[in-house]
Design a protein around this ligand. Structure first.
Ligand code: NAI
Length: 339
């Protein structure tokens, strides 16, 4: 099997090469993202392996299919960048990695919250300049605060557990599916509007769907608790970034920690430190002292990368053997926006 791996980063190369020792496939690592201009590079390959911000629209998939590709293997859970209808009509199979490590994302979420709330990132910059003054670094205890978890699936469930059982927060949750194990440790399920109004801390872990797009908008931010701390490690478009900036400017928010951003495609995952970035909203967000941002990094652990590489290559093996594909995406079976 010849696999063209688009948008390769150093860590992809390392973990896929390692996992491939058990398979012996022919891996071709390409730096470029999959796009209408780069799709022809997959000519002669059996598989195109792609990530969250690669483009796999009809035009691209036609080029892949014409060039002999039979399988598109997403090395991530989200698939909103793939035209599944086109893939099906072109006879292309599409697989993904539905769950690789909820621990990676939930632990990073707690890390972001603690860093933001206790101003650890700001303290580190000061100490590196031999500035050991503490003025301006006063934080707040997590213990006893009201934390609202939107979406208590694999990741949100772990976050709710850590906040409740680990830190002693009062935890409110909102999810159409109630997790009784969380209820048993004292997590309280409430309506979404109640959660958004009553929580001191809100952390987002639901998928992006038409219904959850801009779940946090100007109206919600206006009705929220003063000094709300907002954390998003799910999908950028859950938050209306322009409304977020207005709330920050009005000094209504205690802090915001973001690992995802609604216009992150074409920006995140690349070193743009010598470039001029045209995105004014992103640039404005980065100027607030109470905003902490990372570039879609929550998944990035050795365990998650190992699981992603192994699951992806196992799907390729099953495909080459003509076996049913466990993680195949079909248009009819899709639920939009998983991460
Ligand atoms: P999951 O499918 O296990 O859990 C999602 C939960 O959200 C489910 O319990 C579902 O019932 C609930 N939900 C659906 N609609 C809702 C709504 N309108 N309001 C409240 N809850 C709702 O997914 P998992 O694995 O926990 O992932 C959650 C999200 O994390 C993904 O959708 C993805 O966007 C994001 N993610 C981010 C990563 C990163 O590196 N930053 C990596 C992996 C996932």
């Amino acid at each position: 099997m010849r696999i063209a791996i688009f948008g390769t980063r150093k860590y992809d190369r390392q973990f896929l090469t390692q996992a491939n020792m058990a398979y012996g496939f022919d891996l071709d690592f390409l730096d470029v993202a999959l796009s209408p201009t780069s799709a022809r590079l997959a000519r002669g390959f059996d598989v195109a392996c792609i990530f969250v911000n690669d483009i796999a629209n009809r035009q691209v998939l036609e080029v892949l299919a014409e060039g002999g590709v039979g399988l598109v293997a997403l090395r991530c859970a989200g698939y909103n960048n793939v035209d599944l209808v086109a893939a099906e009509t072109l006879g292309l199979a599409v697989v993904r990695v539905p769950a690789y490590s909820p621990h990676a994302v939930s632990e990073f979420t707690i890390g972001l919250l603690l860093a933001l709330d206790r101003k650890i990132h700001r303290a580190w910059s000061r100490v590196r300049e031999n500035n050991f003054a503490l003025d301006g670094l006063v934080g707040r205890n997590l213990h006893g605060r009201v934390a609202g978890v939107v979406g208590t699936g694999q990741i949100g469930g772990l976050v709710a557990r850590a906040l409740r059982a680990g830190f002693g927060c009062e935890v409110l949750a909102s999810d159409p599916v109630v997790d009784e194990a969380l209820v048993a440790i004292g997590v309280r399920y409430v309506g979404r509007d109640d959660l958004l109004r009553e929580a001191d801390i809100i952390t987002l872990h639901c998928p992006l769907t038409p219904e959850t797009r801009h779940l946090i908008d100007g109206r919600v931010l206006a009705a929220a608790r003063p000094d709300l701390v907002l954390v998003n490690t799910s999908r950028g478009a859950l938050i209306d970034s322009a409304a977020l900036i207005e709330a920050l400017k009005a000094r209504r928010l205690g802090g915001v920690a973001l690992d995802v951003y609604e216009q992150e495609a074409g920006i995140f995952f690349d070193d743009l430190s010598s470039e001029i970035i045209d995105d004014d909203i992103l640039q404005r967000l980065l100027t607030f002292p109470n905003v902490l941002m990372t570039g879609h990094q929550a998944f990035l652990t050795e365990e998650a990368l190992t699981a992603i590489a192994e699951t992806t290559l196992e799907s390729v093996r099953a495909y080459s053997a003509g076996e049913p594909l466990c993680h195949q995406l079909r248009y009819q079976a899709t639920r939009p926006g998983a991460g």
